[in-house]
Write a protein that binds this ligand. Structure first.
Ligand code: THU
Length: 140
């Protein structure tokens, strides 16, 4: 097994551990995530709310923990959901993660054995990133 594959599986194991903590009484769809940043791992799980729209996804929870620890560049994130096939990050999470590395490695797992690896620039091509805000284009 290659070193990166081993790292992917290790990160996935942390996401699975976080999935156990998910608070998902409404959808009953538990998600765990683990961000790899600065050589450390930061976990998150989905936290639902009676006002459904106030729910926080696992990926954003993990990203918040990494930022709180001082990291603004993430090498990779692993995501595990209750779907049989690997769970793909939602659109809002893709945009949220692009802030911290638009080429981030994305490792996805589900309840089955399959693991998919991709990168954020594939899942969210031409992301809106802070560089656009620094340009004068479009200003009067
Ligand atoms: N969910 C995540 O945590 N991450 C995703 O990328 C997709 C969806 C959560 C939100 C909600 O608690 C449940 O999965 C069902 O949508």
């Amino acid at each position: 097994m290659t070193e990166s594959k081993q790292t992917d599986l290790a990160l996935l194991a942390f996401a699975r551990e976080a999935q156990e903590k998910a608070y998902a009484p409404y959808s009953d769809f538990r998600v765990g995530a683990a961000v790899f940043a600065g050589g450390e791992i930061y976990q998150g799980c989905n936290v639902e709310n009676a006002a459904y729209g106030s729910t926080i996804c696992a990926e954003r929870g993990a990203a918040m923990a990494a930022v709180l620890a001082g990291h603004t560049f993430f090498d990779a994130i692993a995501i595990v959901g209750d779907s049989e096939a690997p769970t793909s990050p939602c659109g809002s999470c893709r945009q949220f993660l692009a802030e911290f590395n638009p080429e981030m490695r994305i490792v996805m797992g589900g309840s089955g054995d399959a693991v998919e690896v991709s990168s954020l620039d594939v899942l969210l091509p031409e992301a809106f990133v802070r560089g656009y805000l620094d340009q004068d284009a479009g200003k009067a």
